[in-house]
Write a new protein. Structure first.
Length: 257
């Protein structure tokens, strides 16, 4: 009985936390975290921003210019704080999400690492702590449109089920049309970070793979330092063409902007 009550409590806590963070549209990641001596020390802020963007959030550094709706409502944003809880023999961190009044909205489970290299240790601990946030399956819901699910709203009529089935089938048909050519080898999924010159594309590590210079055509970029181009193809696939040791290299990528 106690075990059942504990599981119910954990489930309710998770649902509450999910609903809480779902009402916030943006996440600000300070480049200089409290408790760290340097700006973006061990690239912890860069990694945290990358993880938030990877899992559906819209995250940016505190030094970046935010979107217009954030300027109108600065309480529509969470601030991600990295708390260093490290001891003498291990690295421990936790991620706290704070509202505009500096109140805790959610605190992730503490991440842990025994790696001796500081950068690797902080990255391992940070990723472990972020797993708690990832499991919340964040999806932004405007506060004005937020609805409470009740038992009555969960009853769906036969007619609505049929309509839902039709819509689902239509979506599947559209989805099938967006699947890339199976003969194309996709090298990796890259994530775009806006820069003054265009974008930098990073992978899961995160490591910068390409720096893209803007052109007048939004579907075509110049690859900096590689004497090549990055061109949008159909179905969301991008083609990178550049020279390595006097040989033309062609690779396809998926990019999340």
């Amino acid at each position: 009985m106690k075990k059942l009550l504990f599981l119910v409590l954990i489930s309710c806590t998770t649902v509450f936390a999910q609903r809480s963070i779902n009402t916030y549209k943006y996440v600000i990641v300070p480049k200089k975290q409290d408790g760290f001596k340097k700006v973006d020390q061990y690239q912890t802020s860069s990694l945290l921003k990358f993880l938030f963007n990877k899992y559906g959030f819209i995250a940016f550094f505190d030094q970046e210019e935010g979107p217009n709706d954030l300027k109108l409502d600065d309480c529509n944003v969470l601030t991600a704080a990295i708390r260093d809880k490290s001891g003498f023999l291990s690295t421990k961190v936790e991620i706290a999400l704070l509202d505009c009044r500096n109140r805790e909205v959610y605190v992730a489970k503490q991440g842990f690492s025994k790696i001796k290299d500081y950068k690797k240790a902080f990255h391992e601990a940070l990723r472990e702590s972020f797993n708690s946030i990832r499991r919340l399956n964040y999806k932004y819901v405007s506060k004005a449109n937020e609805t409470v699910t009740t038992a009555s709203t969960m009853k769906v009529s036969t007619e609505r089920k049929q309509n839902f089935s039709k819509v689902t089938n239509t979506k599947k048909e559209k989805l099938d049309k967006t699947i890339p050519n199976p003969n194309i080898k996709i090298e990796a999924l890259l994530y775009a970070q806006p820069k003054s010159y265009g974008y930098q594309l990073i992978n899961d590590e995160p490591k910068v793979v390409f720096k893209l210079l803007k052109t007048k055509d939004n579907s075509r970029y110049i690859i900096k330092d590689k004497n090549g181009t990055f061109t949008q193809k159909e179905n969301g696939v991008w083609l990178a063409e550049f020279y390595e040791e006097d040989k033309l290299v062609s690779k396809f990528y998926k990019v999340k902007f």
